[in-house]
Design a protein around this ligand. Structure first.
Ligand SMILES: [Ca+2]
Ligand SMILES: [Ca+2]
Length: 365
């Protein structure tokens, strides 16, 4: 009898507790942030991804791909790709993992190399097995490259297309030239063929008129890209199928007579936001976790020259930027790339050229 009463009491307590507990805590109170170095001593890292295996995957420009355990801080090199040629801004750049990595353990990388045609860029798919990368398979190659302006970030869309940014390869006229793959956002099938629903039949080109885009993120089905401007007008754009983004005829917004004429004639897509003086807009990610409530529904942009992380708070429909805030401007120097971990922590990778670091951002404990 006593145990029955006790059980009833516990049951009543649990029932009350359950009915009074909201499904998800609502917390809009800003938290104080702290940063800590996970890894140091990296050489010109370029990409950082948070994998489905809860590990960080990084590239270094010389050709090295490594995995980093964010808990133990152990760095495990997977491969140094031998035909990577690092030259100025060129080398091993962006990387993306197959969205169904358990079934398809594919790692896609973009890098610069020397060919009979000169310095070029290509995307190669590797297979991850036994802590190395094997079976390289070229998806696209012979894209113009240079010691400056090679892009390149990679993403895979929900409909399983590879999205890739390319720079103008120091030849500004290529960005408006539809026969060149330079200065574009490209869209490929995962086997390297051209999707039949691309905007220009028989072409990888998805959008054009780009100078040098080094940040790329999907927010739902909206594709956002950062872009380095010349001496003015760094940009964040929403990438739309078949649109012209203006370079080299337009910097930033269509806001002087020659730009306005070109914009009207070519239906140029203006940026969402621009920066003059330039900040050197690089890596881009999207934050929407409760852990840092004040960052919810924001793009996070890393900058090289300005050395800060810029939060771009989006409106509810993610069509405009409501406000921007700067973070970590006086710490760690140039910031190359950024990603979000499973627990809502944020990782960025520096771009100082030597003794580069992976830094983790969390609420202050
Ligand atoms: Ca533009
Ligand atoms: Ca302008």
């Amino acid at each position: 009898m006593r145990s029955l009463i006790l059980s009833l009491l516990i049951f009543t307590f649990l029932s009350c507790k359950k009915s009074n507990t909201p499904l998800e805590p609502i917390n809009n109170t800003p938290v104080e942030l702290q940063s800590s170095v996970i890894v140091s001593g990296l050489a010109q890292p370029w990409e950082i991804i948070y994998g489905p295996d809860e590990q960080l995957w990084i590239t270094e420009k010389s050709g090295k791909v490594s995995k980093v355990n964010p808990v133990t801080k152990q760095v495990t090199p997977l491969i140094t790709i031998t035909d990577v040629v690092s030259n100025g801004e060129g080398g091993l750049l962006g990387m993306v993992l197959h969205p169904d990595f358990t079934t398809f353990p594919y790692v896609y990388v973009v890098y610069n190399y020397n060919s009979a045609n000169g310095y070029r860029e290509k995307v190669v798919r590797y297979t991850f097995t036994n802590y190395t990368l094997t079976s390289p398979s070229i998806l696209i190659q012979d894209i113009p490259a240079s010691s400056i302006h090679n892009g390149s970030r990679l993403l895979i869309s929900a409909d399983k297309k590879l999205i890739m940014t390319t720079g103008d390869a120091a030849n500004t006229s290529l960005s408006q030239n539809m026969n060149s793959l330079a200065g574009k956002v490209l869209r490929l099938n995962l086997d390297g063929t051209i999707p039949t629903d691309n905007p220009f039949a028989g072409s990888y080109v998805y959008s054009f008129g780009h100078r040098n885009s080094q940040g790329l993120v999907f927010v739902g089905d909206k594709l956002f890209a950062s872009e380095h401007g010349p001496t003015t007008d760094d940009e964040v754009n929403v990438i739309q199928k078949g649109r012209n983004y203006g370079w080299p005829n337009v910097n930033g917004f269509c806001d002087n007579p020659s730009e306005t004429a070109f914009c009207t004639a070519n239906n140029v897509a203006e940026p969402l936001i621009n920066w003059t003086p330039t900040v050197a807009a690089a890596g881009l990610t999207y934050y929407n976790n409760n852990r840092i409530p004040q960052w919810k529904n924001s793009l996070l942009l890393t900058t090289l020259k300005a050395s800060k992380i810029i939060q771009l708070k989006l409106n509810e429909t993610q069509t405009t930027i409501e406000k921007q805030n700067d973070f970590f401007g006086n710490e760690y120097g140039r910031k190359r790339a950024i990603c979000v971990g499973k627990q809502g922590e944020v990782y960025f990778i520096t771009g100082n050229g030597s003794d580069d670091k992976i830094v983790m951002i969390t609420p202050k404990s």
